[in-house]
Design a protein around this ligand. Structure first.
Ligand SMILES: [Zn+2]
Length: 170
């Protein structure tokens, strides 16, 4: 048994709930390990008395028990969200206000940055698509300069088309 195991089983040991072989290994370890002995001594010093089966039943099987647990838990969660007034170190539960604000700001920044990146990516995609179309047009013009028939307008007359490529850096 190692120190990690000891710390996770110490409560069961103090309550006398370890199986005999596990208990033996537990004792073997703490006999040779001073830090673990100290942990056991500290836990024992708190004099927890394990609940009897009857006590457990009367406390945990009360109809209101889980409702009360919920209320208690929600109270703690509310305290995390709505930070009460006063210096943060005096509060039992809760993050200091500046930290909550910083978290919120960080999340907001991350979201805004993500949206901007997405917009930029879409713009870049559009631009490269446009460039690709222009290049394709130019390639066709260069390959078959004689075959191109200018577009004909409604009255049958030829329409002069001037092609002026945009200034671009490619
Ligand atoms: Zn140990």
């Amino acid at each position: 048994m190692d120190c990690l195991m000891i710390s996770s089983r110490v409560a069961a040991f103090v309550d006398g709930e370890l199986e005999s072989c596990e208990c033996e290994r537990f004792v073997l370890h703490i006999e040779t390990c001073d830090p673990c002995t100290q942990i056991v001594i500290q836990i024992e010093a708190q004099r927890f008395s394990p609940l009897s089966a009857d006590q457990r039943r009367s406390i945990c099987e009360r109809g209101a028990f889980w409702g009360e647990m919920d209320t208690e838990l929600n109270g703690h969660l509310d305290a995390l969200v709505v930070a009460p007034v006063g210096p943060w170190h005096r509060r039992r539960v809760g993050l200091p206000v500046p930290m909550v604000v910083a978290y919120a700001a960080a999340i907001l920044l991350a979201v805004v940055w993500g949206v901007q990146q997405q917009e930029r990516a879409q713009l870049a995609e559009l631009a490269s698509e446009h460039l690709g179309q222009q290049l394709e047009k130019e390639r066709r013009l260069a390959a078959q300069p004689g075959v191109i028939t200018p577009p004909v307008s409604g009255d049958g007359s030829y329409k002069v088309v001037t092609y002026a490529p945009e200034r671009a850096s490619f």
